[in-house]
Design a protein around this ligand. Structure first.
Ligand code: ADP
Ligand code: MG
Length: 352
C-alpha cells in the first residue's frame, strides 16, 4: 500500500524524500469563518512553507470570490445585482453553477444554495429567531435556485436574479476551495487540509499510507469518535453541534430544509466521503436535511459513501451510534467496530 502510493511520485522527488527523510510542516490560519489546518509532507521546511503559502493564498482567493458574508466578492455582488439585469460571472463560477443546479435537482431540493432570504428570516447569522408566518411566506417566495437564470451560451456566462433571491455559499464554499487545491498540480507535495468539518487530501501526490483523519461526535464536535485513514478525496460532516441555537425553547441548527422553509435540528450528523470535495460538502448538508432514513436511502441509491452518527449511551464506548452505507463501510473498514457494536450497512439491513 505504502509502496504503491510512493510509486506515484516522480523518481527525483522520491529520491530526495527518502534521502532527507520526509517531514511534516503544519500551518493554521483563520479563514472562511473557520480555523483551517494545513499539513504538507516535504523533504525540507523551506519547500513545505512555500507550498503552504501557495495553498493559503488559494483558499483566500476562493473566499474572495465566493464568500456571501462579504459584499465585495463576486457572489456578494451577484446578490446585489438589480433584479432582471444579467450579471457576468467569471469562469470559475460559470463552471460551478451547473454543478450546483445538478445536485440541487438530484437531492430534490434538500441542497439549495439560494436560501439567503430564509437564512435572514431565521436570523441564522445572528443567533436565531422565529420568523412570523408572513415573514416566512415572503422568504420562501424568493428562495430557491429556480429564481436565478443561468446562461452560458455564446462565449459569455451570465446569471440573472429573477426576484429578490440571494445565494448562500455556506454549504459549498469550503468544498469548492478544497476542490481548487486538489486541481492545482503545482501543489505537488502530499497535503491534508482540515477546514473544520471538512478534510481533504492531495490526490496528485499521495502520502504513503494515507492521512489520519477523525470523525467527530455528532453533538460534541471536539470529541473524535472514529479514526480513519484518508488516502484520497474528501470527508465532510454536517451537524448541529457547533452552531445550534434555542428559539422560543426550540433548538435549531444553522441548516434549514429549503423544501419547507423550516430551520432544522437533528441530533444526527451526516458525513459524506467523495472524491470531489465540492460534492462531499454539499451532500453532507443535503443528507443532514434528509435525515438518517431518507439520507441513507438516497446515498445507497447513488452509490455514495455516507455515515450518520447519533449520540447514544447504550452499549457504546464512545457515545455514538452509527449507520453507514455499504460504500462507506468498504472504503473505511477501520471504522467498523469503533462505533457501538457495529456499523449497520444496508448489506445487513436493506435500505429503509
Ligand atoms: P458548515 O457550516 O459546518 O460547513 P454545512 O456545510 O452543512 O456546514 O453548511 C451549512 C451552511 O449552508 C449554513 O450555515 C447556511 O449558510 C447554508 N445552508 C443552510 N441550509 C442549507 C441547505 N439546505 N442547502 C444549502 N445551503 C444551506
Ligand atoms: Mg456542506
Amino acid at each position: 500500500m505504502g509502496l504503491v502510493a510512493l510509486g506515484t511520485l516522480c523518481p527525483l522527488f522520491l529520491h530526495s524524500l527518502l534521502a532527507a527523510g520526509p517531514m511534516e510542516v503544519e500551518r493554521t490560519v483563520y479563514l472562511m469563518g473557520t480555523r483551517a489546518t494545513l499539513v504538507v509532507t516535504a523533504p525540507d521546511r523551506v519547500v513545505a512553507l512555500r507550498q503552504l503559502d501557495r495553498m493559503v493564498r488559494s483558499l483566500e482567493q476562493t473566499e474572495a470570490t465566493l464568500s456571501t458574508w462579504r459584499q465585495s466578492t463576486e457572489l456578494g455582488r451577484l446578490n446585489r445585482q438589480p433584479v432582471g439585469e444579467p450579471f457576468e460571472v467569471g469562469s470559475d463560477v460559470c463552471a460551478l453553477w451547473p454543478i450546483l443546479i445538478r445536485w440541487h435537482e438530484e437531492t430534490s431540493g434538500a441542497f439549495d444554495p439560494a436560501v439567503g432570504a430564509l437564512i435572514e428570516a431565521w436570523g441564522l447569522r445572528e443567533g436565531g429567531r422565529r420568523p412570523s408566518a408572513t415573514e416566512l411566506t415572503a422568504a420562501r417566495a424568493v428562495s430557491g435556485l429556480r429564481h436565478f437564470a443561468f446562461d452560458s451560451g455564446s462565449g459569455a456566462c451570465r446569471v440573472t436574479r429573477l426576484g429578490e433571491v440571494t445565494l448562500d455559499a455556506g454549504a459549498f464554499g469550503k468544498g469548492e476551495a478544497l476542490r481548487r487545491l486538489q486541481a492545482d498540480r503545482q501543489n505537488g507535495l502530499p497535503w491534508r487540509v482540515d477546514l473544520g468539518g471538512q478534510v481533504a487530501v492531495s490526490v496528485a501526490t499521495r502520502r504513503p499510507g494515507g492521512w489520519p483523519a477523525a470523525i467527530a461526535h455528532p453533538v460534541r464536535r471536539g470529541e473524535s469518535v472514529i479514526d480513519i485513514v484518508l488516502d484520497e478525496g474528501s470527508l465532510a460532516t454536517s451537524g448541529a453541534s457547533e452552531r445550534a441555537f434555542s428559539v422560543d425553547g426550540v433548538r435549531i441548527a444553522h441548516i434549514l430544509d429549503p423544501r419547507t422553509g423550516e430551520a432544522l435540528y437533528r441530533r444526527e450528523s451526516a458525513t459524506v466521503w467523495h472524491q470531489d470535495p465540492l460534492v462531499a460538502d454539499l451532500l453532507s448538508t443535503a443528507l443532514y436535511v434528509m435525515g438518517p432514513e431518507a439520507g441513507v436511502h438516497f446515498a445507497e441509491s447513488h452509490g455514495l459513501a455516507a455515515l450518520f452518527l447519533a449520540p447514544s449511551t447504550e452499549g457504546t464506548s464512545n457515545g455514538a451510534a452509527a449507520r453507514a452505507t455499504a460504500p462507506f463501510a468498504r472504503r473505511f473498514p477501520e471504522a467498523t467496530g469503533q462505533v457501538f457494536d457495529q456499523i449497520e450497512t444496508s448489506v445487513q439491513r436493506g435500505p429503509s
